[in-house]
Design a protein. Structure first.
Length: 319
């Protein structure tokens, strides 16, 4: 019979190695999913591997590294999680996410677009539905699990916001299509004076608040508790963040904007893994390190500012 002290040591070693195993599994699965999706997309006519690999290198690797460097502290990223209170677990969150992706991002928004074909009514209804299904309902169902507070004060968070915001704005300005679209629209300086701050506010609410609450505050926090590894939680949450966009791409004609003649569910899933999932990694790192929605929500809005500025002006001016 094994001595009691030896049993305790064995159990302790298992607990110590559990987060490492979970992180390794998550990283291998995420990498395999990315490679498989990239190979699938490479069969498309006129597909170029340059853009997705560039996106992966900058958004999926360089920006997460920058986020980690800006939030370095004595608290390790894979710090142990406190026991969770009584609350719906990870399977319930995953089931909600799957239902939301299909019923809301897919069929729901398609129905909204059909029922409200004019602007700005369509955008207003969409943001109300997002807030209801991505913020209010998930917090009501799952927010009994409270994240541990982050180790950083407001001064440090302002620094993180400034540096990460400048990096994202620089990327969008140099490599994105937003400024070219804005130049075609040719708004006046007076229009830009009100459109820039209001577009940032709109994106902060529509994209930042909605996505960061659902995918970081709810999903990633549940994953961290289940795996006991922040690395695994970031990897899984980023992959699921991408996959959740697939129904919308397939059912709402997102393939047309990407130059694809006809979309299939397989194409939408592969595209979401390759082109959308990497964008969630840096935000996952920031959540794991800071636990601050006050940082992530406006930063997310800033990321979407340049790409959405011209559509925002068209929506609210009718131009």
């Amino acid at each position: 019979m094994m001595p009691r002290s030896s049993s305790r040591q064995t159990a302790m070693r298992r607990r110590m190695h559990f987060p490492g195993r979970q992180a390794a599994i998550a990283l291998v699965v995420a990498a395999a999913a990315y490679v498989a999706a990239l190979l699938f997309l490479s069969r498309e006519p006129d597909f170029s591997i340059v853009e997705p690999l560039f996106l992966l290198g900058i958004v999926g690797l360089a920006f997460p590294l920058l986020a980690w460097l800006l939030t370095r502290s004595r608290i390790p990223m894979a710090a142990a999680q406190a026991p969770a209170p009584r609350a719906p677990g990870l399977p319930a969150v995953l089931a909600y996410l799957a239902a939301f992706a299909v019923l809301v991002l897919g069929w729901g928004f398609s129905a909204i677009n059909g029922a409200f074909p004019w602007e700005p009514a369509q955008s207003i209804v969409q943001v109300l539905v997002k807030l209801a299904t991505m913020v209010v309902l998930p917090l009501w169902l799952f927010a009994a699990l409270r994240p541990a507070p982050g180790p950083f004060g407001s001064r440090r968070l302002w620094l993180v916001f400034a540096v990460m915001g400048a990096a994202y704005l620089g990327l969008q300005a140099v490599f994105g299509r937003g400024l070219a679209t804005l130049a075609e629209l040719a708004p006046t300086a007076a229009t830009l004076a009100w459109a820039i701050p209001l577009c940032w506010l709109w994106q902060t609410i529509e994209a930042g608040l909605a996505e960061e609450v659902l995918f970081r505050r709810i999903l990633q926090e549940r994953l961290a508790r289940s795996t006991r590894s922040q690395v695994a939680a970031v990897a899984w949450a980023s992959l699921l963040f991408g996959c959740a966009h697939a129904p919308g791409l397939w059912l709402r004609g997102g393939h047309v904007m990407e130059g694809v003649a006809s979309a299939t569910p397989a194409w939408a899933l592969a595209y979401s893994v390759v082109m959308i999932a990497p964008a969630g990694i840096a935000f996952g790192v920031l959540w794991a390190r800071t636990r601050s929605l006050w940082l992530l929500v406006p930063l997310h809005g800033l990321v979407d500012l340049i790409p959405q500025l011209a559509p925002f002006i068209r929506t609210w001016t009718g131009s």
